[in-house]
Design a protein around this ligand. Structure first.
Ligand code: AGP
Length: 362
């Protein structure tokens, strides 16, 4: 309950929760380590993953965006095919299911009605379900066969921040442990890489003035804003856009860089803010090409790149982390930019209009 949790010196829960992310990373690693310091997941869950010929991830909002990144983790490391679905649509557009599906529900609250409806439906069909949630004993946790906890601590602000990065960390651990269980080689040390992520998160949280000034420069007067990226940067852009729209009421959308020319670029006007993420080496040139295209049409581009891939034109450079784990840190500038944009526009950051923290109606 919000009244039981202190904001301390923070003006808003959202800012406090953004700042908690490095600590949450470390807690997650601790909670998923065995006595020898190796990452470990309940053997029944690993078995359910190994037995599945296809994984169906079901979620809403920010948790859906975490699922899109989680698909990359599971497919790249554990090499099991994954489909990611919006829970409210799944019932009407049920895909043809594989022979041995495993369902993964991602839900911070564990109470989202749209997701629960799918859980009830697939349980009736006799399938196994795993819930990844922040709330032990929540409905989705109780009704699924297995649960993985986020260990993020209560999230009070309507805009989800630390739960998203916690979801990504737990999905990465699930993918890595499953990969090892199957016998696929994982050529990096995830414990160490998540430690590097936590340190990078700290550096970003210490740079708040910079994000406040980016928000002031790009988002004070605009009525819309676009986020572009390629590969996993595209999925982080979707999350950045959701964050910005839900708390600042600026109409924001995330687009795949390559898709701009197929229509979206028509929306670019003089001064339109375009926040571009460039954290992936293999698409670095192409996303920068997209930035040139929108800039030539008057856009005001703000490139956020990763150390090692930066150029002089970039507005902010995030510290380098493992290429698969960049969403865990590239989202933090977007969370903070959204926070300050909402603040500058006098919006109610923690309780945006028309929204509830957990959506328990269909
Ligand atoms: C995120 O900032 C939103 N408030 C919202 O999209 C949320 O992620 C969604 O309603 C799903 O909630 P859940 O994770 O508790 O199921």
């Amino acid at each position: 309950d919000a009244s039981d949790i202190e904001k301390g010196t923070y003006p808003h829960y959202m800012l406090k929760e953004i700042d908690e992310q490095p600590l949450v990373m470390r807690k997650i690693v601790q909670n998923y380590q065995d006595g020898e310091g190796e990452l470990e997941i309940d053997s029944d869950i690993v078995k359910a993953m190994k037995d599945a010929d296809r994984i169906y991830v079901i979620a809403a909002g920010t948790s859906y965006h975490a699922g899109l990144v989680g698909k990359q983790f599971i497919e790249k490391l554990a090499k099991i095919p994954v489909e990611v679905h919006i829970s409210s649509e799944f019932g009407y557009n049920m895909p043809l299911l594989s022979e041995k599906p495993l369902f993964i529900f991602i839900s911070q609250s564990g109470e989202t009605a749209d997701s629960r409806q799918v859980l009830v439906q697939v349980k009736e069909m006799g399938y196994k379900a795993l819930t990844i949630t922040n709330v032990p004993g929540s409905t989705l946790s109780r009704e699924a066969d297995y649960t993985l906890l986020l260990h993020a601590g209560p999230e009070i602000a309507v805009a989800s921040t630390k739960a998203y990065t916690a979801q990504l960390a737990v999905l990465a651990i699930l993918a890595e442990v499953t990969a090892r269980g199957i016998g696929h080689e994982v050529d990096f040390d995830l414990v160490q890489e998540l430690g590097i992520v936590a340190t990078a998160m700290e550096a970003l949280c210490d740079d708040k003035e910079e994000f406040e000034s980016i928000a002031r420069e790009y988002l004070t007067v605009t009525r819309n804003a676009f986020f572009i990226g390629r590969g996993i940067d595209f999925y982080v852009g979707l999350e950045g856009a959701l964050k910005l729209k839900e708390i600042s009421y600026i109409q924001a959308e995330g687009f795949a860089g390559g898709e701009l020319k197929h229509g979206t670029i028509a929306l670019i006007e003089e001064g339109t803010p375009v926040i571009a993420l460039a954290t992936q080496d293999f698409v670095n040139l192409s996303i920068r090409g997209n930035v040139k295209e929108v800039a030539a049409r008057g856009a005001n581009p703000c490139i956020i790149s990763m150390s090692g891939l930066e150029t002089d034109e970039d507005r902010f450079v995030i510290p380098e982390v493992h290429s698969l784990l960049t969403p865990l840190i590239s989202v933090i500038p977007l969370q903070l930019i959204s926070y300050y944009a909402a603040l500058h526009r006098d919006c109610d950051v923690d309780k945006p209009r028309n929204l509830a923290k957990s959506v328990t109606v269909e």
